[in-house]
Design a protein around this ligand. Structure first.
Ligand code: GLN
Length: 534
């Protein structure tokens, strides 16, 4: 029978519930359990695909082409769980499905209400994930903070589920903040007491408290939290701040969270450990042998979360080369104002990530030009491939003002354009080329040197494509088309002759990179940048 762990959050947002959930997943996997992780998002958008990165951060894409919350990225990086569109449940999706059923007459005769219809739909969606893949433990992270109006139906659903499944089959882990008041040199438990009080008001008694804290929790503090919050002192776990997120599973294990969870869920104790993770990830991050500077040139640089998976994948590339990657975040609009040299003259490699819309495009093109002519390793991702094609067409092939039709509808040289099938699409939500597509890699290319195989699959999220009409012209000047989606003859990867490492891809390799298994392109990009820095 599948067991459930519900993760709720209290006091403030941004406590790292996603990383806590992913770390718990990692701990349980290290015990040989098959896990899955679900994120419940209380907003009314059906998915985050139509949201601005400033609202939401990165949109993470799963293999089956769902546009999801970036926490799913943490789940996939920390664990081997196979995630799909079912692993991200939003209020929008739940209502969409309930309203569809109502129109079909599935609830004929009844008034459709939040309880039981919405809550039943939520419970069904959660249990569906467990049933689908025969999961031992499903971890369900509830977005938002206890006390929010929006998350109430989700909390009510887990209250009911806990009740129905019975003690020993479902637990609630509440992530809370224990603030440190500097002037008094004290850590405070009151916000946690209030937050747990709020949870109990809606009928949920947490089983374990995960306390985010800057300072260690003393015995007295644990006793006090235990007394006021109705959990045993051993169930007050310290989640002390760490320098690197990949250390979190180790710190939680130090406080015996893994053994505690197994006991509470009635799973026999299993001796397994995280030795490999510690040796191949955590220790390498702590003691790098070299370091390298990579410029990420984008337009959402100010926002920490907008390029989450890119930053993580760069770090993984570093780990694979036993190097520390120092990321220099460059706003592409600044390049336009102050020139590429100002920002890129002392970095070892340049990466242009994905993006949408005209703002910042010309700055990215200048950055790519700088990397190309100065033989600096360049890695273009999605829009970073499209802009690389534009730059090359304009400056190497004499196609003056070449552009993507996304930015200039009437350009004479539409080197990037829409396929006929995309032109017909009017709706914005979920209509791009999304998810995993196979790609044939050409032998004797940088791409092949990285993947070491010809048949690969990578995840996509874009509307525009390379325009094959320009293939001959660009190839004549030294562009190599190293990856193609054969079924539709679409260009997926390009690279350049006479350049040490200039690779750009239409897909998003960052979504498949893991700390203990860096994506081959990120690994080789960092390797090339290290060579450039030497
Ligand atoms: N805006 C481009 C497109 O839609 C690139 C998208 C991206 O970088 N994810 O094709």
């Amino acid at each position: 029978m599948t067991k459930y762990i519900f993760i709720t959050g209290g006091v403030v947002s941004s406590l790292g519930k996603g990383i806590a959930s992913a770390s718990i997943g990692k701990l349980l996997e290290s015990k040989g359990l098959k896990i899955s992780i679900i994120k419940c998002d209380p907003y009314i958008n059906v998915d985050p695909g139509t949201m601005n990165p400033y609202q939401h951060g990165e949109v993470y894409v799963t293999e089956d082409g769902a546009e999801t919350d970036l926490d799913l990225g943490h789940y996939e990086r920390f664990t081997n769980a196979v995630l799909s569109r079912d692993n991200n449940i939003t209020t929008g999706k739940i209502y969409e499905s309930v309203i569809k059923k109502e129109r079909k007459g599935k609830y004929l005769g009844s008034t459709v209400q939040v309880i039981p219809h919405i809550t039943d739909e939520i419970k069904y969606s959660i249990k569906h994930v467990a049933a689908l893949r025969n999961i031992d433990v499903v971890i369900v992270e509830i977005g938002g903070t206890v006390g929010d109006i929006e998350s109430l139906p989700f909390l009510e659903s887990i209250r009911q589920l806990k009740q129905e499944l019975g003690t020993g089959n479902a637990i609630d882990i509440h992530l809370t903040l224990i603030p440190y008041i500097k002037s008094a040199d004290e850590i405070k438990t009151k916000p946690t007491q209030h937050s747990v009080g709020k949870l109990r008001e809606i009928g949920i008694q947490p089983d374990i408290l995960l306390c985010r804290t800057e300072k260690k929790l003393t015995h007295d503090v644990r006793e006090k939290i235990s007394l006021f919050c109705n959990v045993g002192p051993e169930a007050v776990i310290a989640a002390v701040d760490v320098a690197n997120i990949y250390e979190v599973p180790l710190t939680l294990q130090e406080d015996n969270l893994d053994a505690l969870i197994l006991r509470k869920l009635g799973i026999a104790y299993r001796e397994r450990d995280l030795k490999n993770w510690k040796a191949s990830v955590v220790n390498v991050v702590k003691n790098p042998e070299r370091s390298v500077k990579i410029a990420v040139v984008g337009k959402y640089i100010a926002l920490q979360d907008a390029y989450k998976s890119i930053y993580e994948a760069l770090m993984h590339g570093g780990i694979a080369n036993k190097a520390k990657v120092e990321i220099v975040k460059v706003d592409s609009e600044d390049i336009l104002k102050q020139g590429a040299y100002t920002f890129l003259s002392n970095v070892d490699g340049v990466l242009v990530p994905g993006g949408f819309g005209t703002r910042g495009i010309e700055g990215k093109i200048q950055a790519i030009h700088f990397a190309r002519v100065n033989k600096m390793p360049y890695f273009g991702i999605c829009l970073g491939m499209q802009t690389a094609v534009i730059e090359f067409a304009r400056n190497s092939c004499g196609l003056k003002d070449a552009n993507s039709t996304e930015f200039s509808k009437r350009t004479r040289y539409p080197v990037i354009s829409l396929l006929e099938e995309q032109k017909k699409i009017k709706d914005k939500g979920g209509t791009m080329r999304l998810g995993g597509y196979r790609c044939l890699v050409k032998k004797k290319t940088l791409a092949y040197a990285a993947y070491k195989k010809s048949d690969i699959s990578e995840r996509h999220r874009h509307r525009y494509e390379f325009n094959n009409k320009f293939k001959a012209a660009l190839s004549k000047k030294g562009m190599i088309f190293s990856g193609v989606f054969r079924a539709k003859n679409l260009v997926e990867m390009i690279e350049l002759k006479n350049h040490p490492w200039f690779v750009a891809v239409q897909f998003h390799p960052e979504f498949k990179s893991k700390p203990d298994n860096a994506h081959p392109l990120f690994r080789d990009f960092i390797k090339a940048a290290l060579k450039n820095s030497a």
